[in-house]
Design a protein around this ligand. Sequence first.
Ligand code: ADP
Ligand code: MG
Length: 247
Amino acid sequence: MQTAQPVLTARALTKVYGSDATATHALAGVDTTVFAGESLAVMGPSGSGKTTLLHCLAGIVRPTSGAVMWRGTDIVAMRDAQRTALRRTDFGFVFQSGQLLPELPAVENAALPLMLAGMPRAEATARASDVLARLGLAGMDDRRPGEMSGGQAQRVAIARALVGSPGVVFADEPTGALDQSTGTEVMSILTSAAEAAGAALVVVTHDPGVARWCSRTITMRDGRVSGEFLAPDRSTPASAAQTEDAR
Ligand SMILES: Nc1ncnc2c1ncn2[C@@H]1O[C@H](COP(=O)(O)OP(=O)(O)O)[C@@H](O)[C@H]1O
Ligand SMILES: [Mg+2]
């Protein structure tokens, strides 16, 4: 069986907010790897460091110490402009809600990363329209976020995350503002679309129902990885990591 390739590797990551008496050790030494094609859930109680880990992996937050290796390069050591470019071209992001621009139609919201990267508007919106259609939103290009259901709006956010063909999609509580059945639908679409696009997926959640959609789960406690388990009955690309890690 083929061994999954690491795409992102965190080494000895720490993040301290504040200093001295008020210091918060949000990450207290995290080593973890995201493998190509897998969907990785990061679970743990509120305050355990999940969002901080996601932001460090994605180059949004600079860790206090440690490294984040992306295809052989430490993104912590990159210049800011280089890291910003990497976030635009290689990473996609889905957040809880409120991330769409209310005045822009769905197709322009989804096309934003391409337009920011300099692609002409017509080409960017044509590509975004294709992605929206693949996510079940054909015919909704001109709707504004306020004219869509919460689940539809989250599909637009997923389209925006995938439109640039990223290597990794990061999602922080992507179903946090949705009811359970809409959340299930969004996780189904998110995991299948990322897999079809060949993107690894990292999902922060405190909901075991969300984590069940992922091929692997790590748990966090007090800024450390406290456990890891693999989905028993999935045959996603990450099953290669499963044989490697199952001991
Ligand atoms: N910008 C910040 N400034 C100060 N403390 C922060 C900041 N962001 C997070 N923290 C603290 O770091 C810890 C981990 O937070 P976070 O990563 O958001 O956890 P989670 O996503 O698991 O709820 C918490 O104690 C939180 O209060
Ligand atoms: Mg969080």
